[in-house]
Design a binder for this molecule. Structure first.
Ligand code: NAG
Ligand code: NAG
Ligand code: NAG
Ligand code: NAG
Ligand code: NAG
Length: 428
């Protein structure tokens, strides 16, 4: 009875508190509003296993069409199709229906499969018009920007952040994770024994799950030992691994925060008319972890493994009354995307409310937050780390100089005895 009353009370409460609730749950409340800007974040397409497991019967690269971790033809086709879909959805945002650098910016992580996915996607999105044709190819070059992995704070999220590492290590030792791992101890043991790889937690399980999954979609017959654990038992643990990197407020803020901050900044600039060039589209080509981290950071992640080409759309609309609303969509199938609602807001969330609801997970100064309490952090190549190293070397030199001067002073006090002794020692 209690289990029934509570949800009913909740629904009634929601009705009382927020009369838009039913409306906003399934659609944009104001269908007269005009779409003005969209940030598009996707995972790369179909790929080969990143690295075969130790006892992998299909671990010989000659069995695969392309090298480890590379985009396959199927992956290229997935993104080409997605690009065509995006073109349809955003055609109104594309002036003169052609490519322009003032219209769109594309950033990819510095990884072959994401760069290739971005290029395949753009081939579909900007299929050349007659005026854009420059050869027999039904293709035109579109620039894709990237940042080296170890400097990429926004997209690959691989730029070293000591504070994050510290928090994540502490989180992995927390009761919640120890209990979880204790519960799955037998599964890890079984997977370690049969795969030959050390499997000690959800992330390792996810790597192995992903290899087995890719082998099945490539029509390889999995070894018999997988029958009792693949896909179901392994999937739930693998899916959980995607929630882990952004489970706490600090983890969200330092991992997903920079991308969220950039997207919100662009939307605010768009509204203020200060986005320069005044672009309409911003594309991010990245990984399953990027998609999961972003969704979890904004509070809409349902535990699952984001499939190939999974896409998040963060759309900005302007109403008839000149108010700006943000809506988040998730397209993780080939069908239409799902409208998501961030906690505490409607599906069409006023831009300022969107930003303030999420302000807790947006870093003010990521670099200093990452290096808080780390005076001499040698893991990062941030400019002030060279400064720290410089300071360390300089102060060491100064100490030596001081010692040298002190000893010289003492030598001067008793010159003959000491000089004689020193000479003596040097001849030894
Ligand atoms: C907005 O929604 C209403 C009710 O669903 C519908 O009658 C109307 O045609 C829609 N307007 C636009 C521009 O789609
Ligand atoms: C992989 O397969 C190729 C072709 O069948 C074979 O020549 C090669 O020896 C194999 N490599 C390993 C490490 O088994
Ligand atoms: C796997 O088999 C199915 C059904 O026979 C086929 O449609 C598909 O193309 C195959 N996939 C690969 C990667 O060979
Ligand atoms: C694996 O399972 C299949 C079907 O259940 C069976 O025919 C085969 O003999 C098994 N192979 C091994 C090595 O146990
Ligand atoms: C798609 O996303 C929804 C919402 O996050 C999730 O519940 C579902 O499991 C996902 N499905 C796939 C195939 O990724």
């Amino acid at each position: 009875m209690k289990g029934f009353i509570v949800p009913v009370l909740n629904i009634l409460l929601i009705f009382v508190l927020d009369s838009n609730y039913v409306f906003s749950e399934n659609q944009l409340p104001d269908n007269e509003s005009e779409l003005v800007f969209s940030s598009i974040l996707f995972r790369h397409g179909d790929r080969t296993p990143e690295k075969p497991y130790a006892k992998d019967p299909y671990g010989n690269t000659s069995l695969w069409p392309v090298g480890w971790g590379m985009l396959t033809n199927k992956g290229k086709a997935q993104h080409y199709k997605l690009g065509q879909w995006l073109r349809k959805r955003y055609d109104n945002l594309i002036p003169d229906h052609k490519y322009s650098h003032e219209l769109i910016y594309i950033q990819s992580t510095d990884v072959d499969r994401t760069l290739m996915s971005a290029l395949s996607n753009l081939a579909g999105m900007f299929y050349p018009t007659q005026k854009e044709m420059w050869s027999d190819l039904k293709w035109q070059p579109i620039p894709v920007h990237t940042v080296p992995q170890h400097l990429d704070k926004v997209l690959s999220m691989n730029c070293p952040c000591p504070k994050y590492e510290e928090e994540y290590e502490a989180f992995k030792r927390s009761a919640i994770i120890s209990t979880y791992n204790e519960k799955h101890k037998e599964l890890y043991r079984y997977l370690t024994e049969h795969s030959g790889d050390p499997i000690h937690g959800p992330v390792h399980t996810e790597y192995l799950y992903s290899n087995l999954f890719i082998e099945t979609i490539n029509n390889f017959t999995l070894p018999n030992w997988t029958e009792s654990v693949f896909p179901n038992k392994m999937y739930s643990v693998a899916a959980f691994s995607f929630a882990m990197p952004t489970m706490t407020r600090t983890l969200k803020r330092l991992k997903g925060g920079p991308l969220l901050k950039e997207i919100i900044t662009h939307m605010k600039q768009k509204r203020a008319g200060t986005l320069s060039p005044n672009r309409n589209l911003w594309v991010y080509s990245a990984h399953d972890t990027t998609v999961a981290n972003f969704l979890n950071t904004i509070g809409v992640f349902e535990v699952h493994a984001p499939p190939f080409a999974a896409t998040v759309l963060v759309e900005l609309r302007k109403s008839k009354t000149n108010d700006y609303f943000v809506s988040v969509f998730y397209k993780n199938t080939t069908g239409e995307p799902t409208l998501l609602t961030i906690p505490g807001c409607n599906a069409a969330c006023p831009l300022d409310k969107f930003a303030s609801l999420l302000s807790d997970v947006i870093p003010v100064d990521w670099d200093s937050e990452c290096h808080a309490h780390q005076l001499f952090d040698l893991t990062s190549d941030q400019p002030y780390n060279s400064l720290a190293i410089f300071a360390m070397v300089t102060s060491t030199l100064l100490v030596f100089l001081l010692l040298a001067m002190t000893s010289l002073y003492w030598h001067k006090q008793k010159p003959t005895v000491h000089l004689y002794k020193k000479l003596n020692m040097e001849t030894l």
